[in-house]
Structure formats: C-alpha cells, structure tokens
Design a protein around this ligand. Structure first.
Ligand code: NI
Length: 224
C-alpha cells in the first residue's frame, strides 16, 4: 500500500504554515523516538502540546481527515496528532520501523498506516527523500508541498540525508478500521470501482452489486 494524496493543503494554507514554522522553536527529535529508532533519528520536531501545534492541527488534521482519498485509502478509526518535523542540512532519519503501539497509557492505538505530509517544495532542499521498502523494491518519495503519502506502517523506511536546504513535513499515524493492509488495498480499489460506477451508471444492477459488496465487506472486516 503506497498511495499519494494530492492537494491536502491549499497554497495559502501552506504559506501560513510555513510562516509559522519559520518562527517556531524546534526540539531534538530523539526525545520522541522509541529506543531502537533513537539511534537512527537525527531531525527536529516542533514542541508537542504547544499553542502553535494546536493552531497547525486545526488546519492540517481538518483537511487530511476530510480528504476523500485519505478516508477511502486509510479507513481511519483513530488518528494521532501530527508531529511537525524539520530536517536541516545534514540531517536524516536512518532505516527504521515505526512503533506498533503509540499514544499515552489509556489512549493507546495501533499504527496501521503512516502518513507523511510534505510542507515545503521539493526544490527547497536537496536529498531528503522518504525511502520506503516495498515488495517491489525501494520507493523514493518526494512530493509537492501540500501533498501526502500514506503507506503501511509494516514497511521499513528512512529519510535520506538533506544535503542542502531544509525539509519540512507533518507525520501522523492511523489505526485503521481494517487491520490487514491487503484487505485495505482491496477495499480501496473496490471503492474506486464503486465511485466510477456510481458516476457512470448509478441505476445499473452492477453498480448496486459493487456498492453492496463494499458495504458488506466493510461490515465483515472492520474492527472497532
Ligand atoms: Ni518512521
């Protein structure tokens, strides 16, 4: 599972977020890493629970959660507040696997899907690709500002060293209604077929069969 979500943020929202982050205080990213990832992590994060983080979340989370591709690809049940990360020149995040269980005691959730939202343009920095290991080899991801990538949290990944400029991103994790990445992918493709049929032939029998199959597979497979 590796799905791009374009245009999560508008150019005006991006500009406002970039302006706010330019004046923000960042802390060492090692402070939030699990013990295994700590050795690999060399980046900075916006202080969690700050007023600024809440302001950013109001825009970022609102747009991400309402995006139809995010909804159909992730099928989110719980979504964490994002971390806002900055990689200055020379920084990187070595190969790692995201923690399986996240969140404070009592509010824990399972990470099924990882999301990276790119907050500045690919031309603003050199290097800094998000590199994800898939069954078809490594995929190097460097998207336009405002676009996001969602991928299975079971994938090992790293962020290549930034060799010039600065990389800004928001990262968040979701517990999906559908635990299995294979089933989630199948439902995503079925939702694309359903949407196309509902547009082209809403009254057709095949449209109704695909629609009800989607609904009933969701009922069969979802975990709450
Ligand atoms: Ni990671």
């Amino acid at each position: 599972m590796l799905i791009e979500i374009p245009n999560v943020l508008t150019p005006m929202q991006l500009k406002q977020i970039q302006d706010k982050l330019a004046h923000a205080t960042f802390i060492d990213g090692k402070l939030s890493a699990g013990s295994a990832a700590q050795q690999q992590k060399n980046n900075e994060e916006l202080s969690p629970n700050s007023q600024l983080q809440q302001e950013l979340n109001a825009v970022v989370m609102n747009n991400l959660l309402r995006h139809p591709t995010f909804q159909s690809a992730v099928l989110p049940h719980r979504v964490s507040s994002p971390f806002y990360v900055r990689y200055s020149t020379g920084m990187h995040y070595g190969e790692h696997l995201d923690d399986p269980i996240m969140g404070p005691m009592g509010q824990q959730y399972r990470s099924d899907v990882s999301t990276s939202l790119f907050l500045n343009e690919p031309d603003d920095y050199q290097g800094g690709e998000l590199v994800i290991k898939t069954q078809f080899g490594q995929q190097k991801i460097k998207l336009a500002a405002g676009s996001a990538i969602v991928y299975s949290s079971t994938s090992r990944h790293h962020v290549a060293k930034v060799t010039a400029g600065e990389r800004l991103a928001a990262v968040t994790w979701s517990q999906s209604l559908i635990r299995s990445a294979d089933k989630r992918q199948l439902l995503y493709e079925l939702s694309l077929a359903r949407d196309a049929l509902l547009r082209s032939a809403p009254e057709s029998q095949e449209s109704k069969y695909v629609y009800s199959s989607y609904m009933n597979l969701m009922r069969m497979w979802s975990e709450l």
